[in-house]
Design a protein around this ligand. Sequence first.
Ligand code: FDA
Length: 308
Amino acid sequence: MPILRSAFIALSRNQPLRHFSERSALGRRLSSRFVAGMEIDDALRAAQALHDQGIASTLDSLGENVTTPEQARRSADIYHRLLDAIAARKLNANVSLKLTQMGMDLDPALASEIVSGLVDHAVAANNFIRIDMEGTDYTQATLDLTQSLHAQPANRGHVGVVIQAYLYRSAQDIADLTASGIRIRLCKGAYKEPPSLAFPQKSEVDANYIRLTQTLLASGIYHGIATHDPAMIDAAKHFAHESSIPKTSFEFQMLYGIRRDLQRALVAEGYNLRVYTPFGSEWYPYFMRRLAERPANVLFLAKSLLKS
Ligand code: FDA
């Protein structure tokens, strides 16, 4: 399994295959399993449908590692439009973005300026910007930018970040972020990292995920526990119950199209749930990371193609 995971992560960076897939009708059809559609309106429709079921969403305009400042600014424009549309439709939704989509590889000052403009917009709209976490080349820069944005008093509570349980450094990062009152999404981690930086064994990642969940739930800050793993979810529920932490003081988060059975069950039990809802034509790297997490998805997709 780890070999397949590595293979899919390597494929996620393959530019010719990406170019071909994103333009092919078959590719678009396959991607619809995990992607809400190609346009802003598709994402808003998905968010409305979730909203009507009592589920919050976080909208992600797909894209990463842009190569020109114009691309970065165009990516930010989509987020500005999303923030306006969410407010106009009164949706229970916020947005998630990636720093490399905002020009981080080109010029960190450009990314900082662009994200700062988006956080200003979120403050005005009383909404929230989540900065996704990418590979370890970006961890420190992502945390530094989050801290500096959140340090501006008007921005407090309007910007948060993601921590990956597979990294050794995460317990310390959580201590630093919670000391500043920053909202965290905890996930296991979706990139390929060396054993010098990340736990190589799934059992170690899972054990760390449970430890970090407990730290987050006990912190008194509203965090997101992002996982589809029933063992992680049960551990969070159990700890919250034992520690008399109210169900409403945190939220579970899952990805669009994954474990919808679990999503419905959590809502029925009275937990808050937010669904990460990606959209847009640049779906290929995101899609390949989903296959890396569960190579059996390839069989599943092949079967659904044969059936249709
Ligand atoms: P795990 O991989 O152990 O899977 C547990 C079970 O969940 C599986 O047995 C299967 O049933 C189901 N499952 C998991 N993945 C599936 C898939 N792709 N298809 C079908 N079933 C699947 N990562 C990151 O590095 N930076 C980030 O910013 C984010 N952001 C983020 C937001 C949200 C809301 C979620 C839920 C996840 C992320 N991730 C992420 C991805 C995360 O790091 C991780 O790769 C996936 O969530 C898979 O890990 P699980 O915790 O689900 O457990």
